[in-house]
Design a protein around this ligand. Sequence first.
Ligand code: ADP
Ligand code: MG
Length: 255
Amino acid sequence: MGKIIAVANQKGGVGKTTTAVNLSAALGAKGKKTLLVDVDPQGNSSSGVGVDRRRVKQTMYEVLIGETPAQEARIHTEFANLDLLPSSMDLAGAELELIEMEHRESILKNAIVPLRAEYDFILIDCPPSLGIITTNALCVADTLLVPIQCEYYALEGLSQLMNSVRRVKRQYNEQLDIEGVLLTMYDGRLNLTQQVVEEVKKYFPRKVFATVIPRTVRLSEAPSFGRPICYFDRSSKGAYAYDALADEVLKKAAP
Ligand code: ADP
Ligand code: MG
């Protein structure tokens, strides 16, 4: 049964999508069957793996409102062992529609559970909010991966995120665990960065990944070519970092 990892942090621009795309691709490249679920209306994960949303008819929007089974919306990407459930701009309005539905917090769960047996890993790229879509992701996830940007306000908002996690655990998904906290956009030249790293480690004892993602231009360039970093620039620092992260995740899944 595939392990389901939600990549979430309600702050925008912290590296959720970059991590969802590149970790998925790295796991796929290591021979693990991986499904990337893009539930952010911005759809950057979809374009990041080379899928043009304007060309897809069935998306996570149709899946969540119950019009299409996830099996039919799934796309095989051109990358090894990597499939995608694409996003749609319509997901922006879906929050309101989902609120009206029965069992509204298990809609994503019911949609993707039928696919679970086909994969080793399922990664969910969450939108930058703690709304119903992120709640759905936390309800189906085995674990939560929290990217944190190494910047001054790094810890801001994390208590709200952890409150959501506690609430979901209490009400719907007792098993939900923290996969890890990932420091992103690390720039060792800045003193501030070191300070932030120490603070984050204090806030999440033993939960911070040993792998740290460096700030590199190549990671920000790869999406415009629709290629994960390991297929865009295999010997770049960013590719090594996400490869190392994949090894950590694999080790945790099968210690
Ligand atoms: P989120 O999904 O949390 O909003 P993104 O992954 O989209 O964040 O990252 C925000 C921006 O920062 C994007 O333009 C992305 O290309 C860039 N970015 C993310 N990680 C890195 C990194 N390690 N180095 C350089 N740029 C990065
Ligand atoms: Mg994103």
